[in-house]
Design a protein around this ligand. Structure first.
Ligand code: THU
Length: 125
């Protein structure tokens, strides 16, 4: 699956994001090594620190379905700026290997990174 298709799958779930506090809706779609897609959105909470980001929601859905090997995660948001994953999400993604991260705001442009560019020094076991 190409990056554009995965970004469009991430954009599709934006509408389901629960972001009444920030107003910033994020959707993510993670591609397994064997070609399946799992999606997630950010889910905020009145106790702000309990918010879960879209990336970790997508990853958790995939792990719950029995997948542990991934090739790329796409992250989409409505703003002009691309939603680069936060440090917590990068560390959680890194647990499952070196996938690629593709991001897009509302513009057409898609940027692609290797996870180790975004998190060069992860905490390791
Ligand atoms: N957020 C994500 O879901 N993913 C990102 O890559 C960046 C931030 C969410 C968390 C919060 O609900 C909102 O965006 C504003 O920080």
């Amino acid at each position: 699956m190409d990056d554009g298709k995965l970004i469009s799958l991430a954009r599709e779930v934006l509408a389901n994001a629960y972001a009444p506090y920030s107003g910033y809706r994020v959707g993510a779609a993670i591609l397994t090594a064997d070609g399946r897609v799992f999606r997630g959105v950010n889910v905020e909470n009145a106790s702000y620190g309990l918010t879960i980001c879209a990336e970790r929601a997508a990853l958790s859905a995939a792990v719950a379905a029995g997948y542990r090997s991934f090739s790329v995660i796409a992250v989409a948001a409505e703003g002009d700026k691309e939603p680069l994953p936060c440090g917590a999400c990068l560390q959680v993604l890194r647990e499952f290997g070196l996938l690629r991260v593709v991001v897009a705001g509302k513009k057409e442009e898609i940027r692609s990174f290797n996870l180790d560019e975004l998190l060069p020094y992860p905490f390791g076991k």
